[in-house]
Design a protein. Sequence first.
Lengths: 428, 232
Amino acid sequence: MLTGWLIPPACALLLGLWRYRTGPLVRALLRRHPGVALVFVGLIAVATGLGLALGVQERGIRAGSAGAADRFDLLITAPGNDTGALLAAVYLQGADLPLLSGETFRRIRNDPAVAMAAPLAFGDSVGHAPMVGTTAAFVRYLVAGDAAAGDAAVLDEGRLFLNAREAVIGAEVTLSLGQRVEPSHGIGGAVSGSHAHLQIELTGRLARTGTPWDRAVIVPVETVWLAHGLGDGHAADARGALGPPFDPSRMPGVPAVVVRATTPGGHYTLRERFTDAGSMAFFPAEVLMRLYAVLGDVRRLMSWLSGLTQVLVVIAIGVALSILLRGFSRRFAMLRALGAPRRFVFSLVWTYAAILLLVGALAGIGVGVLAASVLADRITAASGVRMPVSLTLSDLIVPAMLAGVSVLLAVLPAGLLARRPIVADLRG
Amino acid sequence: MRSSNASEGVALAVRELCVRAPSGRTLLEVGVLDVAHGAFVVLAGASGAGKSTLLFTLAGLQRPASGSIRWGATEIATLGEAARARFRAERVGLVFQDFLLFDELSALDNAALAGAWSARPASVVVRQRAADLLAWLGLDAQDARPVSTLSGGERQRVAVARSLAADPSILLADEPTASLDRDAADRLTQTLRRIADERCRAVLVVSHDPTLIEAADRVVRLVDGRVCDVAL
């Protein structure tokens, strides 16, 4: 398909530069009005780039968001909105979720199919960074893919938290190790008070994950409970301990539990087992697929709009090209007066147009990648999700199509100019 | 006016030529006009008299309503568009009042323009001939500067080189000295004269320039589209 669209420009260039030697004349025409030529190229580049950026960006959003959810094999929350739970647990977007009870957490953790069950507690913040409570094992799994990974694989500097008054920070958090911070209740604009009684020391900085967790302050889940004056969830004889097991009767509850099964098939068993009146288990990937479907619809709509814009741009380019070429009509008449056949003039005009359009389309690839990179940076800055920007062969279809259609349409002004009356044009 | 020493033989024979505008109005009527090989002929007359129309018709740029235009053995009045283009490419050199050069190209690129639509071996010959002609006309063929940097006289000589690069047997010029200062005009006049004399080309020039008229073998005067006087 890609090659198909490139046939018209290839024909124009072959005819113009090989069959006839229009190269110097095309250069002369390009130099005659360099500003206008640049505007043409710019217009085509922008029209092409927008369509291309759309595709690249959409793919980046899919890859980035899916990558961020990689370590969240199965999420279990209280029954409710799985999309909201996903956004809160994986993307750390503030949400007020109902809590799972300590008894439910005990059931999950003790299920023989569960290899790791980590509570996730969120809703507080430190400065602009969301604060998340979980276990050291999940932090290791999140960063290194292994719940038993050593500190070197997990941390860029410092060490993991060892008690409820310590925290680690994500790779992009601008706080310093050794600093003591006070968590606040709520996130961002929804902050509604300080947990001033709790001072937390930052002991380590995690390696980069490319997820919103890079911007979070991560504490033991007990810290979140303590911040709210709810105790630490452990039995009286285990006071000061970190992580499971918790005492179900003392555990204040958690909004989400991230679960890793002992086998890949185990995730399906667990999903079925913990989807009941008291809990809801779901695969983040499934929720993302639903979101992607919506994204796909939006993309289709935007593609139509972008396509419509490109059609309008092609028409505008065609009209502007015709006007520009009319300015050269005396020179073309001179060529024909000197004996140049009509097909030579046709070929000259067509090659000139094809070069403008091809350069524009090529520049459009650059514009598209640049626009996609800028957008990706913006989205990463806003969400913390790293957006990969990569160009595939299918992305080149849009510029190739635009160039192909435009070059085909350029046959029209080229043909008309080659048939203009010589004497009338010579007389100007 | 210079006395004729033109070569033997008729290069151009025009008979009962009539050119009409698309509206049907008669623009030009020429009963008989013969031009010998190597003759230097000036077409003179007031503005609107039909000089340029005659020149363009003789070049095959405009089709006559009736009559005959025979360049050597070739009758061009009845030729189709493509055949007339071939005829111009092979037999006719044209020089315009305002040069009509590609300002962005060098003198050689302009002079060798005909090579662009010639077959490859011929294009090499055209380029070599263009370089020789530029030298013959006192210009540097190696000068890569765009012709926009040259003087008016130099640019018109580039246009003359371009008109001769395909080795035509006829040179037609429309007011070639009109855009030039006196010195440049005189030099161009000598050049055109040399083309007729040394290269034995039929040279037809539309002009009011007294110096050109003085240098011509013949002056054909047109009044209201009719040849009214042929001065020898």
